[in-house]
Every structure is written in structure tokens, then in C-alpha cells.
Design a protein. Structure first.
Length: 294
């Protein structure tokens, strides 16, 4: 098992899945705290990296395209503080972060996990029921039904129709855009056979967002709904699995190379422990993980 504990959060890898728990530090975003703990199966992962900085580093996970409804619904528009697949690492734990990366990469190689897209969500999306108030309204989702309610800031033409109720089966798409510069953001639901080009300010199927603290929470509603819509790959008739190339057979010398690499890793861990980078407990856990692989 590999584990790294930081103020920003805790990541644990047991060989089959990664458990990402947001920290309780005041600098951890409201979005990540509300999203809560995530469990990623190894098969959902496309890669992992660690970037060192002068004062702090950053662990990053890269998921396979189509694996996570949150990433699809937000389209890469979550800012770094709100990205649940990044972890800020303090400089005295760089060795632990590098070991964590090695463990995950080794598992991806041993399990021969491909990095190509998938045609089904491998994560369930945010838990429901959900209710978020931001911008000009409140969006509530219970897993089947969406309710949009308006506040005193809503444009009169939109508020005049009253609250809006939709079911997942009514929808063909959902999207979340944050406010950027002078342009407002939105949470928009696209209703089947009723497309519209109306600005979110006037669209009764949209919540307009103005760039305030709770705006990212609307992405949770978008992701929870997206998880219950047809997967994009299947909706377009694309069979990702059929297009996946066969993995080449590992070379005969791979086992010997892996053994040498594990021996080098044991020496590196010993040096990290000797210099104080790894605590006694961290060194013991890391050494046991390496010996288990040998």
C-alpha cells in the first residue's frame, strides 16, 4: 500500500484502487470538501505524475477519457483549487510522492491498463440528493428529477413561468460553464426536441452564474445528472472497446528488469529513510510493498 498524507488531502493506493480524501485545511476548496472522498478503480486511470516546486509540489492523476462524468460535464473547466485529481505536496514529502507515483505506474504496467478512452463511466458521479443555490436560482436533483427554483435576482421573463421541473429522460445533455472575465457562467440542461439559443439569463432550463464562491458546486449537479445520461461514446454509436488495439506481449526479460528495478527501489528507500525524508512507519510500509512485489 502507498499512502501520502498532506494538509491538502490524503491519497491511498492499495494496488487495485485509489482513495482520494480532501483535507480539512482552510485552504481546501468548498467544492472538494462537498464532493468528498473519491474511490478510483485502477482501470479508470491513464497516468500519474509529480511536479516539484520550490516550496511545494503537485501530484496529478490523469483519467481515461470517458471514465468520469464529472470531467465530462465540466469539460476541463474546473480550476486547480477545485480539481479533485490534484494534490499539493509539501517539500519534505517529495520522496513519498515519488514513491507513490512509482507504485501506481508499476500497477498500471503489471495490470496492462490501457490509456485509451472507455465507453462506460467507471465512476458513479457525485452522491444524490443534491441541492445547490448559486447565481439566479437553486438546482435540486434526487437522481431522477431536476427542480429549478428562482430567486429575487432572476430576470422577470424567466421567473414569471415559475419553478421548472425536468426528468433525466427529458434531457439530451447537461453542461456547466464557470463565469470568466465579463462573461457569466451557467448550468444548462438541454431538453429533448426543444433546443434553444437563448442566453442563460432568459433560458428557463438554465441557471445563470456570476462568478461567486458557490458557482463550482453547480458542477456537482451537472456531474450527477451526466452520470445518468447515456455515455457519450454510446450515444454517438462509437464502440470504443472494438477500436482498442491489442497490447503487445511483455518481453521475456521484463521480469528480470522489474527485479533489478525493485532492488534499486529498496536502496533508494533506505537512503530516504536514513536522511529523514521517510519516517519509520512510512519506510516500513514502503519496504513491505516492494518486498511483496518481489
Amino acid at each position: 500500500m502507498a499512502e501520502i498524507i498532506q494538509k491538502d488531502g490524503t491519497w491511498v493506493f492499495d494496488g487495485d484502487a485509489l482513495r482520494l480524501t480532501p483535507g480539512r485545511d482552510k485552504n481546501v476548496s468548498l467544492f472538494r470538501k462537498t464532493l468528498g472522498e473519491l474511490v478510483l478503480p485502477l482501470g479508470a486511470l491513464a497516468g500519474v505524475s509529480f511536479e516539484q516546486g520550490k516550496k511545494a509540489g503537485r501530484l496529478r492523476l490523469r483519467l481515461r477519457d470517458g471514465a468520469d462524468p464529472l470531467l465530462h460535464a465540466t469539460g476541463g473547466r474546473l480550476t486547480e483549487p477545485n480539481d479533485p485529481y490534484q494534490l499539493i505536496v509539501e517539500s519534505d514529502r517529495y520522496g513519498v510522492a515519488e514513491y507513490f507515483v512509482d507504485e501506481v505506474r508499476n500497477a498500471l504496467l503489471l495490470d496492462q491498463v490501457p490509456a485509451d478512452p472507455v465507453d462506460a463511466y467507471l465512476l458513479p458521479g457525485p452522491s444524490v440528493p443534491l441541492s445547490v443555490s448559486a447565481g439566479d436560482g437553486t438546482a435540486t436533483f434526487d437522481g431522477e428529477n431536476i427542480r429549478l427554483e428562482w430567486n429575487w435576482k432572476t430576470e422577470d421573463a424567466k421567473a414569471a413561468a415559475g419553478s421548472r421541473s425536468l426528468t433525466v429522460t427529458d434531457l439530451t445533455a447537461v453542461e456547466w460553464h464557470p463565469a470568466a472575465g465579463l462573461e457569466n457562467g451557467h448550468l444548462r440542461f438541454t431538453v429533448r426536441n426543444a433546443p434553444t439559443k437563448a442566453p442563460p439569463k432568459y433560458d428557463p432550463n438554465s441557471v445563470e452564474l456570476w462568478g461567486f464562491k458557490k458557482d463550482p458546486l453547480m458542477a456537482l449537479v451537472a456531474a450527477a445528472v451526466q452520470a445518468r445520461l447515456p455515455h457519450p461514446a454510446r450515444a454517438t454509436g462509437t464502440d470504443v472497446a472494438d477500436a482498442r488495439p491489442e497490447l503487445p506481449s511483455p518481453p521475456v526479460a521484463a521480469a528480470e528488469d522489474d527485479h533489478d528495478a525493485l532492488l534499486r527501489r529498496l536502496r533508494e528507500l533506505g537512503e530516504l529513510h536514513h536522511t529523514g525524508v521517510l519516517t519509520d512507519e512510512e519506510f516500513t510500509l514502503a519496504k513491505q510493498a516492494v518486498l511483496k512485489r518481489m
